[in-house]
Design a protein. Structure first.
Length: 580
């Protein structure tokens, strides 16, 4: 789906909207009967000095009021129900769409903008689905019925409010054109403001460490000032056009009362001096008052629909995005589980480009199931990219990657990614319990003993057991409350608990002390039947690997065991000499 199809959502709840529309129509017609009862009270009771019809007329007014309340409640409840359902489904489908997109989409967009799309823009759709759509229908029906009753009383006098309605509609259309552009700019600036605030709050410790509070405040102030200026521009549009609509509505009542009063007193010269009764004049003025509401609503609804229109445009930009990584496998996920994968990995002349930038070039290596591969190289040499390609976060530009002798593009994506447990450089822990973070993705299937064993193997139990609630302790967003080393050990425990065919450790012990690092490496060495890929800057982390490759500028410049690489006297030997 490359476009937000709102019609599909509205069609799903069409029956609810039909009932709401019927209830709204009934309420509107009942409301239009009230001035007729008042007309008869004035003409047939007060002016005729006849009390007999009063009882029935008052019962009629009361019945109209009660019926209108019932129908209005029905309309509002049903529209709120349908609108909330539609907004909920749009939001979850949008979130699923975002989740389906490839990693390179997230490389080019910030989280603040996505949050604005998921929250603010979907809220604008809720506005339309819950009440603005039905209000527009009510404005149309009320306008038509009011015009009918006005013409029924006096068609010449009815031309005045009709002219006022046309003038107000023209003003509303002009206002909508200006609002459309402004709401688009406002939403974009809102995204930037959200992202600036979120980024600052996430990195507040770094901000304080470098005494950057003033700089960050000024940066936020600039975005906030622009957001303020756009809101002022929005207000200027309202200030310019809303008073025009207000003047039209007020003048309608004054002119109608003035001309209607003259017709009551002197008669209508265009109709041979025919007069209006006092009751008809009062009913006419009430109908004109009823027309004021639709006229005033035009400006407000124009504002709302312009905002929703801008939101739909932004959502369609996301829907138009297509994932670069497609699940091309014809094998059902249930038929090929990670437990069927042995874990042999082979890179065949792999090249990867990000735009015009070549990250990896002609990379080839092979590792058998159960062996350990060490990857070393300078920062930016493409070490982490190898893992991202193995998990198909990105696809190779040239060459191929094989898992168990099969091109990884032939594997179901879920099976491939569940076959590789990663402990990455960028540690991410959710705001959840330690137990919940370790069970991530397998909350229902992973056993408590498995969690406990993973904590012990990763040496996390040493600090977890000292906490009040132990592994059921809730940690903050991104692991707030834990040290860097503790967070690293939790992520190692999360990977160990999965017992996947392939385990990847991307500089995963950099925050650990030497003793703990050696103990964890001892645990990793004891893991049998698991292919291990260790990316590191320390020789100590890879020296026992069955094979070590050294990357330089995206190419494999050296390959061999620890002893073989030392004997070659290349980059690996230089690194060894600098560390020892």
């Amino acid at each position: 789906m490359n476009k937000l199809n709102l019609a599909r959502y509205f069609k799903k709840y069409a029956f609810v909207y039909i009932i709401a529309f019927v209830a709204m129509t009934a309420s509107t017609f009942l409301d239009q009967l009230a001035p007729l009862f008042v007309q008869h009270i004035v003409d047939d009771v007060l002016l005729a000095h006849n009390i007999e019809p009063l009882k029935l007329l008052l019962i009629g007014i009361l019945s109209v009021g009660v019926g209108r309340c019932i129908f209005q409640y029905t309309k509002e409840f049903l529209c709120d129900f349908a609108g909330s359902k539609i907004a909920s489904e749009v939001r979850i489908n949008l979130f699923q769409k975002i989740q389906s997109l490839s990693a390179n989409f997230f490389d080019g967009i910030n989280s603040g903008e996505l949050m604005s799309r998921v929250k603010d823009d979907v809220d604008r759709i809720w506005d339309v689905a819950a009440y603005m759509g039905i209000l527009m229908a009510e404005v149309i029906i009320r306008t038509i019925t009011t015009i009918f009753f006005l013409f029924r009383i006096n068609w010449q006098l009815a031309l005045i409010p009709c002219a006022g309605m046309i003038a107000a509609a023209f003003i509303a259309l002009k206002m909508e054109k200006k609002l459309d552009v402004l709401f688009g700019d406002l939403a974009q600036k809102n995204s930037e403001l959200n992202n600036t605030a979120a980024e600052n709050l996430a990195g507040v410790r770094t901000v304080k460490a470098f005494a950057r509070e003033s700089f960050e405040i000024n940066k936020f102030h600039k975005h906030n000032q622009k957001y303020y200026e756009l809101n002022i521009d929005l207000s200027r549009v309202f200030v310019k056009y809303n008073p025009m609509i207000q003047i039209i509505t007020r003048m309608l009542s004054v002119i109608s009362l003035l001309l209607g009063g003259l017709i009551v007193i002197h008669g209508n010269p265009l109709m041979g001096g025919e007069k209006l009764s006092m009751g008809e004049l009062i009913a006419f003025i009430q109908y004109v008052g009823g027309m004021i509401w639709p006229i005033e609503m035009l400006g407000w609804l124009t504002n709302g629909f312009a905002s929703a229109k801008a939101s739909i445009k932004r959502l369609n930009k996301i829907y138009s995005e297509m994932p670069d990584i497609l699940d091309e496998s014809k094998i059902e996920e249930d038929l090929l589980s990670p437990f069927d994968v042995s874990g042999s990995v082979k890179f065949n002349n792999v090249t990867y480009k990000a735009g015009e930038n070549k990250i990896l070039e002609d990379v080839s290596f092979e590792i058998q199931a159960g062996q350990t591969l060490g990857i070393m190289g300078a920062t930016g040499s493409g070490k982490t990219t190898i893992i991202n390609l193995l998990k198909r976060m990105y696809d190779v530009s040239d060459g191929s990657i094989e898992l168990d002798g099969v091109d990884i593009r032939q594997f179901p994506l879920a099976t491939l990614r569940k076959s590789v447990a990663c402990v990455m450089q960028d540690i991410f822990l959710f705001s959840d319990t330690i137990d919940g973070n370790i069970r991530l993705g397998e909350r229902e299937t992973m056993t408590t003993p498995t969690v406990r064993l993973a904590l012990e193997k990763s040496h996390s139990a040493e600090f977890v057991d000292k906490m009040k609630d132990k592994e059921h302790t809730v940690i903050g967003e991104r692991g707030v409350g834990l040290s860097g080393g503790q967070k690293q050990r939790i992520t190692i425990a999360r990977a160990l608990a999965r017992k996947t065919p392939i385990l990847v450790l991307d500089d995963s012990t950099s925050a650990l002390d030497t003793e703990t690092e050696q103990e964890i490496q001892g645990v990793l060495a004891e893991l049998s039947g698991m292919t291990k890929i260790i990316i590191a800057h320390r020789i100590s982390a890879v020296r026992k690997a069955d094979k070590i490759i050294v990357l330089d500028g995206g190419k494999v410049c050296e390959e061999g065991t620890h002893e073989e690489l030392l004997a070659k006297g290349g980059l690996y030997k230089e690194t060894y000499d600098s560390q020892y």
